[in-house]
Design a binder for this molecule. Sequence first.
Ligand code: IPM
Ligand code: MN
Length: 379
Amino acid sequence: MASYKIPVIAGDGIGPEVIAEGKKVVEAAGEVYGYDVEWIDLPHGCDHYLKTGETISEDTLKELSNYRAIYLGAVGDERKVKTGILEQGILLKLRFYFDQYINLRPVKLLDGVETPIKNKTSKDIDFYVVRENTEDFYAGLGGRGVKGLSHQHLKLKRELYSVKFDLDILTDSDEIAYQIGVISREGARRIIDYSFQLARNRKKHLSSVDKANVMTDIYGLWREVFQETAKGYPDVKTDFNFVDAVTMWFVKNPEFFDVVVAPNMFGDIITDLGAMLQGGLGLAPGGNINPEGTSMFEPMGGSAPKYKGLNKVNPIAAIWAGALMMEHLGEGEAANAIVKAIETSLRERKVRTYDLGGTSKTSEVGSDIARIVRQQGRI
Ligand code: IPM
Ligand code: MN
């Protein structure tokens, strides 16, 4: 029998509640599909930080590199720790440390869920956003102070856009702040290449997102790499979309999309919109993938501290993330069975949380899906 050891960072707020349901369902699928899971629970998050002063240590990261997948709930609680510390110190740290350059986010309206988009059904909303996960404005290059520049200068110097930043004009004055977006040729190539492969196995249509009309340097390079990479995939149809336009098309014509590849920050923004198309953050999973290293699977939503302990929020995103994780580990059949069970539960409409108009508890949803996984048996 296959056996998996999976480190778990349930984290803060509602993280532990939704991860508990994910574990329940992944284990139920193990009974049917013949695998065993040993969860390795880690304490990282708000309380651990307050107690020890550590977000996640180098030793823990090294230890985690022995595993192929991490299961993550959510980290951060603004009421206790200043926003950004745990997001950067744990979530982004893990993504960067393990070079999880693929952030795979399905935008799929499951049967039995309503979308706020009028007249659209599950046939119309079924695509992937592949978000680059290591570069762009997330690279962490920034600071305060640019020599010769103040608010007044910025107003006067509208030509700033054509000024090439030279690092020696940076100072530590507090008048101006800057954040540098970085795209590397190799960073763009690997994510675009992954997206072409994904599209090739689907409807053979890949849409690229950028803002190459304004940020010509970084997104110009992105486009260039896209065009070069496209030559290797003549069977895949392509198009370029400015990020502002893509948000409009997501709402107006979601059926147009098959696979969408986006730089990190635009990918972040458009996947929250994608989540709404499919019924909300409670239904949106994501995978942070390094095909050769340690990957990480998580619900897209945050820790929602005000709901902590209420057993109220929707665990489906976390359960679905568990399915993505098992698929990544080679349990494709179990993963499909979990998604099918989620859909059955949603279609039956008996057990649903408040966000879907129901009154069920988090744990009731997990138990219902686990029951269906067992009942439907091998499919
Ligand atoms: C996400 C989140 C994170 C991000 C935050 C919490 C740092 O919004 O996973 O989409 O910006 O990537
Ligand atoms: Mn986000």
